[in-house]
Design a protein around this ligand. Sequence first.
Ligand code: C2O
Ligand code: CU
Length: 693
Amino acid sequence: MTTDRLMALDLLVSVLTAAAWMSAGVAAAARRPRTAAALFAVALVASLARVWSVLALAGAGWWFVQEKITVALPLLVAAGAAATALAGPRLLRAARRADAASREAVKAPAVAVPLLGAGYAATVGIVQTFLIGYPADPGTALLLLAVAAGAVLGTWRAMSTHVPGLRTATAVTAVAAVLGGTLVFVPSGETTAEGSATGGTAAMAATGSGSGSGSGSGSHEHHSASEGSASLMGAETRPVTDLRGPAVPPPGGAVRRFELTARTATVTLSSGRKVPAWTFNGQVPGPPLTAVQGDLVEVRLRNADITSGVTLHWHGYDVPSGEDGVPGLTQEAVPPGGEFVYRFVAAQVGTYWYHTHEVSDLGVRMGLYGTLVVTPKGTAATGLDLTLPVHTLGGVTVTGDRDQPLVRQAAPGTPVRLRLINTDNTPHRFTLAGTPYRLVAVDGTDLNGPGTLGRVGLRLAAGGRYDLAFTMPSDPVLLRVDDRTDSVRITPESGPPGDGAAAAAKGATASATADSAVDSGAVPAAGGQTAGWPELDLTRYGAPAPTPFTSRSRFDRNFTLVLDRGFALTNGRPAYAHTVNGAAFPDIPTEVVREGDLVRLTVVNRGRETHPWHLHGHRVLVLSRDGRSVTGSPLWLDTFDVQPGQVWEVAFRAANPGLWMNHCHNLSHADLGMMLHLAYEGVTTPFHGAHSG
Ligand code: C2O
Ligand code: CU
């Protein structure tokens, strides 16, 4: 069973357990010995099932059960055993007789209270998983224990005038509650320092290099972490504002100048529909930026009237840190009337995008994004090359600025490249029908030996990119999004007959030699049959190739990020946050690395939502997913989709000094706390912005 299913099953069993104990208690109090006994039996079986489901879940990793094994399960087992010992015999005796006297007997607090108590214990376990999540700490455990004990005392008192030792029990419960509350809520002092150091150990667990292990972990100030570590090291420090791109291109490169002005506007989609938007140069998406490898890209950003401010972040592009566009970390957000000039060398080839990083959830959703495509030097563009950012604008799926299919013509035999970009917060599923094709690049990086595909669904993470390539056949080709929106339709152009036929024959040969077994699939009629196409597993696609490091490498740093939901402070306000190791931004300890370190990042999703994880400034190599290593082409990603129950292990070389965001690219999750910093030792920031985007 998948971890996701096990999590759901465990939840179901835990709810059933709580409900069974609770209703057994209620039935007893209502003088129904037979019903109560039956529910008691159900509760016993459910409790045993709960023990099993937690142990089964533990097989997926300690992260998935930590709070259950340390708190919820012991509490359930203790309360269930007490209820069985105290109430069980009487309940069974009464159920056998079921006369008036036995009806009165089960109503006694000695029967009903232990049953209800087991119900409360089971309930606080669920509450803990939902409200607090990972990891359980002594403070919350104590608080939950006090809540359950208080409920037992309250129930007992309500059912009987005399509760033996009530005063003492109440006092002990109150003390536990206060102590637990203090451990949980008091934000400063030794308790928190200790708590945060523990979190830091889990999150940072630096191995090999001892110097970094303490720095930053004890700090609650996200920006002081890097400053602190720098002074701790006594090493030379550099402000992030010094880490800028060059003013002139490398030899042989040209300067590509662009001007982007952010402003509110009403944009008109291809259907004529008007949508109020935040735009670059009055359009959504913003102007497409293109460059040839080795060029210097220079972008002057101006802000006309976006009152919350704007920046440009180069998603997936490993620019110098000072050009990364993170407000409050690498620059101040550009206010209305202001400007900022970005410069970087177009070193990476491929498909990327840019977007604002200031109030990015709203900003990107409203339209402050565009595409960045860098082509290799010395290769003249041939064929049809379409850059296709897919976005949800005003409630409809648009490809570029079109809310209707983009229709293009291409002569059979023409090489076609489709650059798919997901600029939304959630994944999209793409299908390409009418031709065999290859998925040649992911997140800008070419795959090794990508095989021919047909009749598959391609799940593209939020923020991610796929480049598809094929030779135009003599029949139409259709790209569809989420099995319902026709995005691009390419029809064969009737060129000069000899030409077309020759090209078509060539195309057919190429695809036949590639993989004759693949059924390219006919273009589905509107309404389509693509929904049943299986999803491509990227970790098994393409051919293996040597990589600069593997899961057997010696890592200088190991960081683990456990993603969950829970109550936490984020940006100073309490929220039902998206948490990392139980904390939310800016309280998640900064990950500190040293230039040259080999870093392993383990990302675990305990929650019910998908988290497209995105590290700025670095591509990461996927080592494994759910413990299974990649058997296909090496996968270098900048955004990897951590679905519920999944565990991803990725690695990167710390070769781009700076201060970087490391966050969920469901930007509404980031907004609710799911982001942190990765800082190189010795790099400081003069900015003190609270939100980072
Ligand atoms: Cu595309 Cu920090 O984001
Ligand atoms: Cu998320």
